[in-house]
Design a protein around this ligand. Structure first.
Ligand SMILES: NC(=O)C1=CN([C@@H]2O[C@H](COP(=O)(O)OP(=O)(O)OC[C@H]3O[C@@H](n4cnc5c(N)ncnc54)[C@H](OP(=O)(O)O)[C@@H]3O)[C@@H](O)[C@H]2O)C=CC1
Ligand SMILES: CC(=O)N[C@@H](CCC(=O)OP(=O)(O)O)C(=O)O
Length: 310
């Protein structure tokens, strides 16, 4: 049986990568609009309502508009934008987050694909809040190193045109991923979050440093490692690096997992100072966007979750 899929925003950075992952799959029939029709409201309305699954790869306002054009009650929407990530009636498309999240995604017709930085932050913190070692009131900080494709077509043009500068941004501490980071990490307040964009195309490293001695039960490094390893033990796309691999990782490259849907967690620690640095490495356009959207598509279609993904 073939499944009709429409990618609204197919020629953008995220949309293009989703198309590349889907166009060779025989069970997927892509609904496509010609270049002169891709922003035409009537053409989009028809495509949105003809699809079994719609994947929105649009700026927030256009994503909200796209949803308003859908009146087919059977259409499933996977929205890659920020517009619906904490909205009521939407399911957060992070299957690895909790034990029941996959089933919630499978049953949902409105799925929001997580933000790239948020994916790393939540992957590192949620299992710890679930197990009670990171209490909800605890103040957390996080940094992120992103490839420039994270900023879409405009930032790609800037860096590939030779004008790009590596820089910190979101300096007002109001990054657009903070609401989803707060809600799905299980923390009562958002982290202080400082991202950096760097001169490589694809990849992301999100860090969450913790003073273990300041946590109420003062957990040791092994406790943190064991909670994260157990949480992701059966996951095809998220894994925790072994202590040997962690020991050997004296430095990490931002683009280490380019073109994959993998996310690898490192629990770096120093027993003398009783500190850890939790680190998530992945591709901002893989598990941080397009790969994650395809994974969610596989789940809602009832297919093997790993189909078409590495
Ligand atoms: N890049 C990334 O790493 C990630 C991006 N996202 C999110 O995915 C969404 C897309 O981002 P990204 O792919 O980076 O952005 P891009 O700017 O690369 O692509 C956006 C695409 O949407 C098209 N578009 C804009 N308005 C409309 C409209 N009204 N109707 C139809 N098409 C429209 C644009 O057309 P045109 O080509 O003419 O400009 C462009 O092709 C955003 O919401 C972004 O926040 C999410 C996770 C990661
Ligand atoms: C380098 C860069 O600018 N990155 C973007 C994040 C892209 C992304 O994942 O955000 P959405 O999923 O919410 O679109 C930023 O930090 O705003």
């Amino acid at each position: 049986m073939s499944h009709k899929v429409f990618i609204d925003g197919e020629v953008g950075t995220t949309g293009l990568q989703i198309r590349e992952r889907l166009e060779t799959r025989p069970e997927i029939e892509l609904i496509r609009l010609s270049d002169d029709k891709r922003k035409d409201l009537d053409a989009r309305r028809a495509a949105l309502n003809a699809a079994d699954v719609v994947i929105l790869c649009l700026p927030d306002e256009a994503a909200i508009e796209a949803v308003s054009l859908i009146d087919n009650p059977d259409t499933v929407v996977i929205d890659a934008s920020t517009a619906h990530r904490v909205a009521e009636g939407w399911t957060y498309g992070f299957p690895e987050m909790t034990e029941d999240q996959r089933d919630l995604i499978r049953a949902s017709k409105r799925i929001s694909n997580p933000g790239c930085h948020a994916t790393g932050f939540i992957a590192l913190t949620r299992p710890l809040t679930e197990m009670g070692v990171l209490p909800p009131f605890f103040p957390v900080t996080s940094t992120s190193l992103s490839g420039y494709t994270g900023g879409g077509k405009a930032m790609i043009a800037e860096f590939e045109g030779g004008q790009g500068h590596e820089r910190i941004y979101a300096t007002a501490l109001k990054h657009k991923h903070l609401p989803e980071m707060q809600l799905y990490s299980g923390l009562e307040s958002a982290p202080i979050f400082s991202p950096t964009v760097a001169n490589f195309a694809q990849g992301l490293i999100v860090e969450v440093p913790l003073h273990l001695w300041a946590l109420p039960d003062a957990p040791d490094l092994a406790t943190i490692y064991n909670i994260l390893s157990a949480h992701y033990a059966d996951e095809p796309f998220v894994r925790v690096a072994s202590p040997e691999e962690t020991e050997a990782a004296k430095s990490l490259n931002g683009d280490a997992l380019r073109d994959t849907n993998q996310l690898v967690i490192y629990v770096f620690g120093d027993e003398d100072s009783d500190t850890v640095n939790l680190v998530a490495v992945f591709d901002n356009l893989g598990k941080g966007a397009s790969g994650a959207a395809v994974q969610n598509l596989n789940i809602v279609l009832g297919l093997d979750e790993t189909t078409g993904l590495i």
